[in-house]
Design a protein around this ligand. Sequence first.
Ligand SMILES: [Zn+2]
Ligand SMILES: [Zn+2]
Length: 261
Amino acid sequence: MEAGQKTLTVTVMGYWGTYPGPGEATTGFLVEHGDTKILLDCGSGVLAQLMHSCEVKDLSAVVVTHHHHDHVADLGVLTYAVLLSRLMKTRTQKLPVYMPHPGPDMKQSLGAEPLIDLHVVDEHATVAIGDVLVRFARTQHPVYCLAVRMEADGKVFVFSADSALDPESTGAGRPDLPDLARGADLFVCEASMYAGQEVDARGAGHMTAPQAGLLGRAAGVRRLALTHYPHYGDHRDLKAQAEMTYGGPVELLSTRQVLTV
Ligand SMILES: [Zn+2]
Ligand SMILES: [Zn+2]
């Protein structure tokens, strides 16, 4: 790292798919680069985990991949935390929230808080948050969903969000997700199901662990970690199955683990 460069880190707020395990959370990551603190997805239980790492008054922005409950369940209470920080005058700056087009309920609940600054993004958007450049790709999922690439000081973190993988292709799903993940220093990829569940995974708009490994290999990522775990089976099998197709070590996440990109 050259002088003056800041470290890009990703702290795991939650890695569960569908609903949280005891005392834990569904999807959420705190991405930090110097004073820039970005909450990526705000699933069930994420706000409680965030309190260990960051105060809401210090958040630079929130980025939301899609409007499934396991990715947005805590957004409403986050709005209340922003409201309180405004009343206590600990926060005076608006909190930008970048998300795909919200439904009327979400728009109304977030829009009611004057310190929330809602920005609708799509796969063509490029957003600068501090020195972090954020780009997106559309994924294969039952609702509109964006994978996210965050880049700072030449370091690249990519999150698959929720996505199926096209079994007809050679490890490439919709062309833009592998493109987005290309050469990532850290790729956190969903692995919602186990080997042999490819048909169910595709129907649900998710990947199996071997597919996550294939995608990681096709995109040439330097480090692959899995997320969005199912509430059955042995997660060590997810890791082993992804390693077979990735051709290298694959990591499982733990709550509040800090990953240096
Ligand atoms: Zn999900
Ligand atoms: Zn989803």
